[in-house]
Design a protein. Structure first.
Length: 472
């Protein structure tokens, strides 16, 4: 029988595993729990899910359930490895131990690139909301302000990042819980001024699968990438007070809460609002639902929530990028100057990650039709590449850990190795579906090109330097 929490003794040596050289243990369990939730609850859920609903109709619930099962398997695998060997490089370290230094290099720098570009995208999104409230103000000025604030937050002690992310995530979680509560009341017909909709919106306008399997596939692809961000909790766990117990509890609680928030939200939305309503895409599904129910000032309320979600993601992504870079440098896979720490904080890595994010914002203004689109396409499928490395690493490391240190398996993958292979098959199926769809095929090609380039550089470094340290 698998266990999901670490043993009770707090002085267990493995429970105090060190993060990358120079970092500290400044995060508490409450920080980790909210980082796990906050990292995945972003604008992709609050706004971007509207495109998935428009394509899949009510079957978006099935799409989110399928992709949710996949991400649960991935996080369980990552939780197993991270509880056994906490490291600020997370899956990059695991890939290095299981497959080789080139794999750690590829997964780590690909993820760093993804996070930095995401920082820029989130800054642009947040700036658009602010210019809506303050017409005439320049977007770049708001982006610069947000960058300065969160760069400053991450340059300070790690506990400051933890506190910011705790309260940001708490507000996002509170907003979703309130939304679900209002939605359930409306569905059962007890919300004042509303009538129970029954199954009219689920079976009308073309039925539950209005656009057939093609619509479901588009919804599935959209939902997969909405789940990206959970991996940050295993990076942060290495800087927590008790890494093993922290990551075990955070992964366990995050999985069922995400299932509730994501799948539950989609079920509420498509039950209450006709899926073909243009407002679902134009305003976002949450705003459209609240407007449909006649909730006062729904648009402004959700704009505040979306702004918080974007700022939270900026904060978390700068943190994750800086720690991943620090871990890579500590393992000899990056410029040494980037890995220096000051007072337990990798300040050069924070600055470079923030500057790269701001550069992406400038590219969106200077070259929106070529370079910026290239950046977006390049990061399109990176999260799937990372998940692939996680699954392969777990498949290889599980047997090794069982032989060498079985006591470290305080979190175990369910039905190993069957479900690991199921997850890998699921990823392969998504890659195949991306290759079939014209809109995602370009992303797959560009991401594949970036991955191949990083792998080639990683192989060259591995051949020149040989094996490097495992536990950075």
């Amino acid at each position: 029988m698998s266990r999901t929490t670490a043993p009770e003794p707090v002085d267990r040596k493995d429970d105090q595993a060190l993060p990358a050289q120079g970092l500290t243990h400044g995060l508490k369990q409450r920080h980790l729990s909210m980082i796990a939730l906050g990292g995945v609850i972003g604008a992709g859920l609050f706004v971007g899910s509207g495109a998935g609903i428009a394509a899949a109709g009510p079957s978006i619930v099935v799409a989110y359930a399928i992709s949710g099962l996949l991400v649960m398997l991935v996080m369980r695998m990552l939780g197993e490895m991270s509880a056994a060997n906490p490291a600020s490089g997370s899956f990059s370290v695991h890939a290095e131990r299981a497959i080789g230094p080139w794999a750690g290099f590829t997964a780590g720098w690909a993820f760093w690139f993804l996070l930095c570009v995401a920082v820029g995208l989130e800054g642009i999104g947040a700036a658009k909301i602010m210019t809506g409230w303050f017409p005439g103000s320049p977007e770049w000025a708001w982006v610069a302000l947000f960058m300065l604030v969160f760069c400053g937050t991450n340059l300070a002690a790690v506990k400051n990042f933890g506190e910011f992310e705790f309260w940001f995530a708490a507000l996002k979680v509170g907003a979703i819980v309130l939304f679900l509560g209002i939605g359930v009341l409306a569905i059962v017909g007890v919300l004042p001024g509303t009538d129970a909709p029954g199954a009219a919106n689920l079976t009308g306008e073309g039925g539950f699968f209005p656009n057939g399997s093609e619509g479901l596939i588009v919804g599935l692809l959209a939902s997969v990438f909405a789940y990206g961000g959970l991996e940050t909790v295993t990076i942060a766990a290495a800087e927590s007070e008790h890494p093993v117990r922290g990551v075990a509890k955070a992964v366990r609680t995050a999985m069922w809460r995400i299932a509730l928030f994501y799948i539950g939200s989609m079920a509420v939305i498509v039950t209450l609002v006709p899926w073909g309503d243009k407002a679902v895409v134009e305003k976002g599904p949450y705003v459209a639902t609240l407007d449909h129910l006649g909730i006062p000032a729904a648009g402004q309320i959700m704009n505040v929530v979306v702004l918080i979600a974007l700022l939270s993601a900026m904060n978390a992504n700068i943190y994750g990028a800086s720690r991943m870079a620090t871990s890579l440098v500590a393992r000899g896979q990056g410029p040494k100057a980037l890995g220096r720490t000051f007072g337990g904080v990798p300040r050069p890595a924070v600055l470079v990650s923030s500057v790269f994010g701001f550069l992406c914002v400038l590219l969106s203004y200077w070259r929106p039709d070529d370079i910026f689109i290239w950046l977006l396409n390049t990061i399109g499928a990176i999260i799937l590449v990372v998940w692939f490395f996680i699954a392969v690493s777990q498949l290889l490391l599980r047997r090794r850990t069982e032989r060498e240190a079985p006591e470290k398996l305080v979190v175990k993958m369910w039905a190993f190795p069957v479900l690991t292979w199921v997850a890998l098959a699921g990823m392969a199926a998504i890659f195949f579906l991306m290759a079939r769809e014209e809109g995602t095929r370009v992303q797959l090609y560009w991401t594949g090109g970036l991955t191949a380039l990083l792998a080639a550089v990683g192989f060259a470094l591995q051949k020149r330097r040989g094996p490097v340290a495992e536990d950075a």
